[in-house]
Design a protein around this ligand. Structure first.
Ligand SMILES: Cc1ncc(COP(=O)(O)O)c(C=O)c1O
Length: 294
């Protein structure tokens, strides 16, 4: 049985109930975060917490808890759900109120934290398709109003693909639920942070690893036709890490998939994860708590 944290209580997931008037349910008036957990420890906790704080502020909510209280809630839930590798989902909605678009008074937010076992997927090459980015202008906020993303992913699935790579005004933005990297002639490119993309935690770590290891990379707008002549395309996200794209719109990507730079970056990523768990083990031996950020 899985447990969830809902507004101060830890209860069985089947028993958790939210009001029909919750603005998360009625309007999608809510933000969320997804954090991978390895061996009981949230990975890149500080980075995920910073993004949650940003999302909460971006929609004009007060953060219900300080960072250390969030960590306590999440750690207790991970333990209650059996530790190991999990995926933690945090959602904060504006709360419960009579249905009106604008509210005159702030209300108590609804806080939900869930976790479930992290399904280990092999990093096998995936199919992607391009599609028009039909989302709103605040894609940098991790909002639960994901109807466009859901429809785009569903259209991709109907075309036999795992992900939709989105194009707005002729330029690549990101995937429906991932960031995009494109490799041409040994140069790795990813679109710069803006309101058009979610600032992915995995994206930031991949960029940091590439820079640290002197792999040429830039944050730069990518014109849609560049996708067709890419040597490699990668999709990054917290739970699927770094996936190589084998086909785009039914055409093979590059001469070989996975490409050599993908193999390199995946090894760097795995090394970083191992370094984090080593650091946590050392902290534990010293009696200081750790959360998986090296
Ligand atoms: C639209 C979108 N972009 C990018 C990402 C990747 O972000 P992260 O690496 O922080 O998981 C996600 C993850 O769910 C996403 O939904």
């Amino acid at each position: 049985m899985l447990y969830v944290y809902l507004n101060g209580e830890t209860i069985a997931r089947e028993q958790a109930r939210v009001s029909v008037l919750d603005r998360g349910f009625i309007f999608g008036d809510a933000v969320y975060e997804v954090i991978p957990v390895y061996d009981g420890l949230p990975f890149l906790w500080d980075e995920h917490m910073r993004r949650l704080e940003r999302s909460i502020a971006a929609i004009g909510l007060c953060n219900p808890y300080p960072a250390n209280q969030w960590l306590g809630i999440v750690q207790r839930l991970i333990a209650r759900n059996g530790g190991g590798d999990q995926s933690v989902y945090i959602q904060v909605t504006r709360g419960v109120a009579e249905r009106e678009h604008a509210l005159s008074e702030p209300i108590e937010p609804t806080v939900l934290v869930m976790s479930r076992p992290l399904i280990a997927h092999a990093a096998e090459p995936v199919a992607a398709v391009t599609d028009t980015d039909t989302r709103w202008q605040m894609c940098d906020v991790k909002a639960t109003a994901l109807l466009a993303n859901v429809l785009l992913r569903q259209r991709a699935a109907a075309r036999g693909a795992y992900e939709a790579i989105l194009v707005r005004d002729g330029f690549v933005t990101e995937g429906a639920a991932s960031n995009v990297f494109v490799v041409n002639d040994g140069l790795v490119r990813t679109p710069p942070c803006s309101h058009r993309i979610l600032p992915g935690v995995t994206r930031a770590l991949v960029l940091e690893l590439l820079r640290t290891h002197a792999v040429p990379c830039v944050e730069q707008e990518i014109a849609a036709p560049d996708l067709q002549r890419a040597d490699e395309i990668w999709l990054t996200s917290s739970t699927r890490e770094i996936l190589p794209v084998a086909t785009l719109d039914g055409q093979a990507v590059g001469p070989v998939c996975p490409g050599s730079l993908w193999t390199r970056v995946v090894a760097l990523y795995a090394g970083y994860k191992a370094q984090c768990s080593g650091a946590v083990a050392r902290d534990a031996a010293r009696g200081t708590a750790g959360s998986g950020s090296a």
